[in-house]
Design a binder for this molecule. Structure first.
Ligand code: 4AD
Ligand code: MG
Length: 477
């Protein structure tokens, strides 16, 4: 008796072997045919019950969602839709599932409904495919960096510093409700709190990753990050996973090369390793696109988009060039942008990013050299005194997928910048030390993992590519 999973059995061509399988019933029809799924693949295996020799009570308990163990012989299938099936000699019900109550019926459910049932939605075709791709993608991320001699670093989740300086942090405190001690001027006295200072959940592991790059040369993080920004969009989560490589002696050009090579490599990996799931997601998206008006439909299918990204160079454009393009663009002239582009220095909104990527260049774009005052304090100031060595990678349908920069390695310039941007030098004394002892050119970036999963799976809403999304007013499960 061989113990294999459904994926292995469907791949094997040795029929007439005895098999034993455990899984969940997707459908049961004509009191005979079970579509059994064990999660190893999108595909179900058909199990044919000998209903004359199976007792009535057992037959009644074979319902959608029930866990069962089957034993039988693998044979060539007589029916359409599958090449092999199992002729069941024995079936055992391991766990019942009341068909009148089970929320996941064998029919199409809306994503909204499934979000409310996120503990069960991974049992559907779409979510199981998405989550298997997510898993393979995260392995591909580690594989890429490990094969390129990067060191995986686990940066702190609880931190006293605001890496992005945007003040969008979740406070971490051990004070009991209404019992926080206060200072003489009436503020909460965090010196008496658990850590003896104000602490938050991290928004980025970058600053700590820099300390590793400046010793090990190449480092990367891959961990959860948290942002208390009140953005209810299809691209924002309050808790998301970020990948942050950081490399010593690498400038912005090297950083752009790394980002492009890395993204292409991991997408190529899943194209090879997730064929069934991606084919299913490709079909799903094509179907969904059909319900949209022609003008809003994507010109490429999901698989075409993924191959396009892997096969083509990303377009590298300076912020200044981008502003010129946007200023002279049709939607800007026709006042179609919600935020019109009038002058150099404007922060780019997602409508502008998407115009550049989807309408103008029609390929992934890397924008670089942004105005200093719309970017974080740690980015290296250019000789023009007004732009910094920042880069954002913009993707079709997603917008910003990567944000990064060459870091300001000059002590004096960095201190100036921090003062101007109200960043506490005392809090970041250790970050400044890196510029005192053996400072060097270095660069890195952050890739939002869920945005990558979104692009790769073609899912429209970021809440549908993370197991249990955290968003404003929602922390269920
Ligand atoms: O551009 P961000 O804010 O950059 C940083 O945090 C830098 N410290 C990274 C670095 O240089 N090491 O965030 C990086 C990426 C974004 O490009 C986006 O893909 C993703 O993180 N991201 C989010 N993803 C989901 N939900 C959110 N609220 C996100 N905010 C940023
Ligand atoms: Mg950014």
């Amino acid at each position: 008796m061989t113990k294999k999973n459904v994926a292995e059995i469907l791949k094997s061509d040795s029929v007439l072997q005895e098999v034993e399988l455990k899984g969940w019933v997707r459908t049961f029809r004509s009191n005979r045919f079970i579509a059994l799924n064990d999660g190893s693949t999108l595909n179900n295996i058909q199990c044919v019950i000998d209903f004359e020799n199976t007792d009535e009570t057992t037959l009644k308990r074979i319902t959608t969602g029930a866990a069962v163990a089957v034993k039988g012989i693998l044979v060539e299938s007589q029916g359409k839709g599958q090449s092999v099936e199992i002729q069941v000699s024995n079936i055992e019900i391991l766990g019942d599932s009341n068909p009148d109550e089970y929320p996941i019926q064998p029919k199409k459910h809306s994503f909204e409904f499934l979000r409310e049932n996120a503990h069960l939605r991974v049992r559907t075709n779409t979510f199981s495919a998405v989550m298997r791709v997510r898993s393979k993608l995260s392995f591909a991320v580690h594989k890429y960096f490990q094969e390129n001699d990067f060191n995986y670093v686990n940066t702190p989740i609880i931190t006293g510093s605001d890496a992005e300086g945007a003040g969008e942090m979740f406070r971490v405190t051990n004070f009991e409700d209404n019992k926080a001690p206060v200072t003489e001027d009436g503020k909460v006295d965090y010196s008496k709190d658990f850590f003896g200072k104000e602490t938050n959940l991290t928004v980025s592991g970058q600053l700590e990753a820099e300390t590793f790059a400046m010793a090990l040369g190449k480092a990367y993080t891959f961990g959860p990050t948290f942002r208390a920004e009140n953005s209810n969009t299809t691209r924002h989560l309050a808790e998301f996973w970020m990948i942050e490589p950081e490399v010593a002696f690498m400038d912005l050009d090297g950083n752009m090369d790394l980002a492009e090579d890395f993204i292409k490599s991991v997408i190529n990996d899943v194209l090879k390793n997730c064929e069934d799931d991606l084919a299913f997601l490709d079909k799903r998206l094509t179907q969904e696109e059909k319900s949209k008006p022609q003008a809003q439909r994507s010109e490429m299918s999901l698989l075409e988009k993924l191959r396009f990204v892997v096969d083509n160079n990303f377009k590298r454009v300076s912020y200044t060039e981008a502003i010129d393009i946007l200023r002279n663009s049709k939607p800007n002239k026709k006042k179609k942008f919600q935020f019109p582009i009038n002058e150099w220095g404007a922060d780019l909104q997602s409508e502008h990013e998407r115009f550049l990527v989807e309408k103008h260049f029609k390929c992934p774009v890397i924008l670089f050299d942004y105005p200093a005052n719309i970017k974080a304090f740690y980015m290296r100031l250019n000789d023009d005194g007004k732009t910094v060595r920042a880069m954002d990678v913009l993707f079709p349908g997603i917008g910003e997928i990567v944000g990064g920069a060459q870091r300001e390695e000059r002590y004096d310039v960095l201190v100036e910048k921090m003062k101007a941007m109200n960043i506490d030098e005392k809090e970041l004394w250790w970050y400044l030390d890196l510029r005192k002892y053996g400072t060097a050119v270095h660069s890195g970036f952050g890739l939002g993992f869920e945005r990558l999963v979104q692009f790769t799976t073609g899912m429209g809403n970021i809440r549908d590519v993370i197991p249990f999304p955290r968003t404003p007013q929602n922390a269920e499960f």
